[in-house]
Design a protein around this ligand. Sequence first.
Ligand SMILES: Cc1cc2nc3c(=O)[nH]c(=O)nc-3n(C[C@H](O)[C@H](O)[C@H](O)COP(=O)(O)OP(=O)(O)OC[C@H]3O[C@@H](n4cnc5c(N)ncnc54)[C@H](O)[C@@H]3O)c2cc1C
Length: 478
Amino acid sequence: MGLMTKDEYIESIRALKPVAYMFGERVTNIVDNPRLRAGIEATGATYELASKPENRDLMVTMSPLINEPVSRFNLPPGSTEDLVARVKVNRMVANYVGTCHQRCTGLDCLSTLAIVTYDIDQKYGTSYNKNFLEFLKHMQKNDLTGNAGVTDVKGDRSLNPHEQVDKDMFLRVVEKRDDGIVVRGAKAHQTGSLSSHEIIVLPTRAMSKEDKDYAVSFAIPSDTPGLIHVVGRSSLDMREIDGADCGNVYYSKYCPTLIFDDVFVPWNRVFCCGESEFASDLVIKFSSFHRQSHGGCKSGKIDCMIGTALTLMDYNGTAKVSHLKQKVIDMIHRAETLYACCLASSYEGKAQPSGAYFIDTVLANASKIHEGKEMAEATRLMIDACGGFVADLPSDRDFANPEVGDLLKKYLKAVDNVPVEKRVKMYRLAEKLALESADTISDIHGGGSPEAHRVTIFRETNINSKKKSAKRLAGITD
Ligand SMILES: Cc1cc2nc3c(=O)[nH]c(=O)nc-3n(C[C@H](O)[C@H](O)[C@H](O)COP(=O)(O)OP(=O)(O)OC[C@H]3O[C@@H](n4cnc5c(N)ncnc54)[C@H](O)[C@@H]3O)c2cc1C
């Protein structure tokens, strides 16, 4: 099949027939539903940009597996250059769509499985890596999008999976058959699951031997029987449904809860089943890759915020105000330190036994902590520079109303040479960048909650070498 154009991608999603619900009703036409379409458009941008000659070197590369050009979103890193490209691609696409493009999570799963399936096979003589490589060929040859099914609903957070009153609070294997396994459970916050061809499942946390039924990884098409996508609310979702007050923003993010109601998975799509000690490796590697992806993406989103602040300063007559210039500088340094941290985690990456490359986890997690705090600060600075209409701009319908429209256009104009329509469009973008909950809350919880980043940093840092150098400087020998 080869690389898809954006239109081919959209038609390939149309061909899928997933079971989906939104606002209490079954949605059968996913692609033409305006709320879901805005998310599909954001993923579609990865296809659109890859088709442009000027982006091809960055976004398309040769796959050593199938010896054909493939999207970087389907290439587990095999070199430092590949690790660096992950960050650059994410920054470019996020800057283009101003929200989550939803395609990085699939790559983060593929990158993880390229390492860990090999390690499991080395220990147990299983054939998970062969299964994975066949799946990877399918992803690469057909230029597919994968979704990361990682976060279980988790029930009572103080209990392990097997201790839960309802045993289905973490996704588990309920039946093993000759031809495959049957799984039950639910994954929460599934970014772009309906924009994806494949759902790639990994365990959500470390598992003990008692939890071995929960140590499971596999991939299945997003319309597999028994999968139910229930699309979650996001703060601006009715704008897309209404088709009003969206400005010129065509892109969005949605995150369903994904229920696995006794879903059959054939053995050739299983990548881990019961090898409980590898659950932690799967989730740690995924989260580290995903935290690195986030940094590239969110530095691209801050780029959009900077452009929005600067343009509204032009439109409002505040372009020369020095404290606003300082605030823009503060936004730029936040974007660049985030980007630098992710690039550094790539440059410090190392080859793993399978030959795939893994990033530096301490730097990737440091970047995610930085993101969690500094995206909020960048948003605050943008809102400060733009002014209060980020919060409460009247509706386009009021601007079009014959009784009040002209009055609004008169009073909402700022500098003389900028038409009020341009100012309104830019405020709609500022509102979207600041307040689209499905995107902004991922700054904090995407890739794991902030405490998970801190715990990983402490666990992965070489604490003893730091103590040793302090003792040497103090003249202490133990
Ligand atoms: C917008 C968005 C998009 C996302 N996209 C995806 C996706 O595509 N795929 C996917 O798999 N996941 C996705 N996630 C899920 C994300 O990884 C989780 O939200 C995150 O791991 C936190 O889990 P939780 O939401 O269940 O919160 P909780 O785990 O309930 O955490 C809430 C708080 O309680 C603390 N806490 C919870 N349990 C414990 C405990 N036992 N001990 C100590 N502290 C505890 C946490 O540290 C945190 O501070 C997304 C999340 C968001 C918000």
